[in-house]
Design a protein around this ligand. Sequence first.
Ligand code: SF4
Length: 400
Amino acid sequence: MDGLDKIALLNGEMAVETAEEVRHPPTLPPNATCSHPSVMPHPITSKNAHKQEAMPVYQAALPGGKRISLLKTMLTSACERNCNYCSFRCGRDFRRVTFQPDELAATFMKMHQAGITEGLFLSSGIAGSSIRTQDRLNAAAEILRNKYAFSGYLHLKIMPGAEHDQILRAMQLADRVSVNLEAPTVASLGHLAPQKLLAEELLQPLRVVEHIRQTQPPSQGWSGRWPSSCTQFVVGAVDETDRELLNASQYLTNSLKLRRAYYSKFSPIPGTPLENNPCANPWRTHRLYQAFFLLRDYGFSTTDLPFDPTGSLPLSSDPKLAWAEAHLKHAPVEINRAEMVQLLKIPGIGPVAARAILSTRRKQPLRCIEDLLSLGIRANRAAPYILLAGRRPISQPTLF
Ligand code: SF4
């Protein structure tokens, strides 16, 4: 079996890795029950086109917003752990593949040079200990950077329990590193991945990443910068709540400076202990992403979010709109006096729009909806919650 055949065999399994995914709102209504993760192969127009349907190459959004084609693959799909939701868990009956690090690097470069993929997301099952697996991941990255002079995007997975020097080496080679937390609490992780230790194996490597960024010069990184870091949670397989997921996400972004938390919608996999559990509702992960961005970019805290008594976000409403209905509907914000943090809480106004308002009103007050529209603001969305020069603006009512 050649390297391309091995990568093709992994197709379908990689859809659960949501890092860098280009998000779209769900197409099904919020009360839909089940849909499977979508694999979005990038069009391949090379001499290997006969394998195009089988290549796990995704359109990906990079940390700065740039879009690239990204190969998501594994160094090995063999694994000694038994995570209850995972297709790679030990003992599950399917055909496994293993690359040598130089074979993986050579196969990727072949695809890269053929124009099939611009970047690489490289993960691995744990085979022969986390330490050995991390060494092999780092070896593949070293071959790519040093032997092939690959200067494109590389996202390297950090194995649970990886050692400090291994994490440092991965950070010197990658543009992004990640550790999948999978669950926000010890209890929910116990149901998902009974052999994983939340604090010691998963959180500790993320602490090491941030400690290295804070204490060592970024010139050690291959591009002169330290990589960003992120994590992923599996949503809807067990009993974790949205409140727990977002509390954990807030801690990770505030304290460990993670750039992103990704929320992978659970879909049951035959031959695993959770095979009879229902799919998670795609609207749940959509609302989690909306809430995550409110926490990261809009000055919200988890205490602002509209959780119900069970700790769930409403599926049918945007959390920012729900907050505004509760807090701004009867106490609208004067656009000409509000501070940045208040502007960011108004529906239809994001960081770019808020900066535009602050800049414009230094020269002249904003008096009508047209003034907001001229700044590119979704003024009708904001209108029910604002005052312009002391007056409620006239606009079309929202559909909330
Ligand atoms: S350690 Fe990773 S690859 Fe192995 S079973 Fe768990 S989630 Fe799957």
